[in-house]
Design a protein around this ligand. Sequence first.
Ligand code: FES
Length: 99
Amino acid sequence: MTETVKVHFLPEDLLVEAPVGTMLPDIADASGADITFGCRSGSCGTCRIRIVRGLECCSAMTAEERDFLAGLDVPVDQRLACQVTVLGDVDIEYLGIDS
Ligand code: FES
């Protein structure tokens, strides 16, 4: 049996289950979650999110993501959704590039 994770998208309060190890953009696309993706390669910032709960359940930052977020000087709980693989239950708030 495949283990699943629960992803809670905020602010729309959408709860989705997916197999452990699924890329967050795939979960967002399949569920209709309100996250806007641009480049999907960690270089535009349109998919910026805050991990409200479960930061330890997200994959490590890619080099592209680390470089981009370092330029914005944001808190460590902010990630680029297009670069995140979900390894456990998480609550996610969409921020986008302008907030
Ligand atoms: S979609 Fe461009 S950084 Fe994620």
